[in-house]
Ligand binder design. Structure first.
Ligand SMILES: [Zn+2]
Length: 189
């Protein structure tokens, strides 16, 4: 393969050099070649991205405030915005404490009362809290959070969570987002 490609590349170079005869005489062949390479690399990146499906939950911004971390996320596809019994079961298998979380909602006092039909960002909040609680150094550490739609039609939500350690909070959110993206693709597509 390599042997076949090399003559091709040499031909291309020869063609490029051969067309504008005047340019051969200019001693700026290398600077002229560099701008040609850059768009090629850029094109490769676009091609690779085209083959990768975007994550259902995209993090738009992360803001660390005093004692709490704020995640703005977008769930662009409406099909991925709400939990189902299947998604709830998938998440609970990995995080069994999830339904036991205290949660202010319209149905009950625990996350379990809405886990099968709530917003995916709300589940992200409880997953991040669960992971942060698991990793907390002190067993007595408790964390609280809130979730609200900033623009429900566009699927943009704000998730906030309290923390003791900002890096632990970031790690927990990242792990929760990664898990939930997999869970959503597995259970909702
Ligand atoms: Zn809740």
């Amino acid at each position: 393969m390599r042997d076949e490609m090399q003559p091709e590349m040499q031909q291309n170079t020869a063609e490029q050099v051969g067309q504008p005869t005047e340019q051969i005489e200019l001693p700026v062949e290398n600077p002229a070649a560099e701008p040609e390479r850059q768009p090629e690399r850029a094109r490769e990146r676009v091609d690779v991205a085209a083959y990768q499906l975007p994550d259902p939950i995209q993090v738009r911004s992360i803001t660390v405030r005093r004692g709490r971390i704020v995640y703005d996320v977008v769930v662009a596809d409406p099909a991925f915005r709400y939990t189902t019994p299947k998604l709830a079961a998938f998440a609970t298998r990995q995080y069994p404490d999830l339904p036991l979380h205290a949660c202010v909602n319209n149905v009950g006092t625990a996350f379990g009362s809405v886990i099968e039909s709530t917003s995916v960002p709300h589940m992200l909040e409880h997953l991040a809290i669960d992971i942060q609680t698991r990793n907390a150094s002190a067993a007595a550490d408790t964390f609280v959070g809130t979730t609200e739609w900033l623009d429900e039609r566009a699927g943009i939500a704000r998730v906030e969570m309290s923390f003791k350690d900002d890096l632990e909070a970031l790690k927990s959110f990242n792990e929760a987002t990664r898990f939930l993206n997999t869970a959503v693709i597995t259970c909702l597509s």
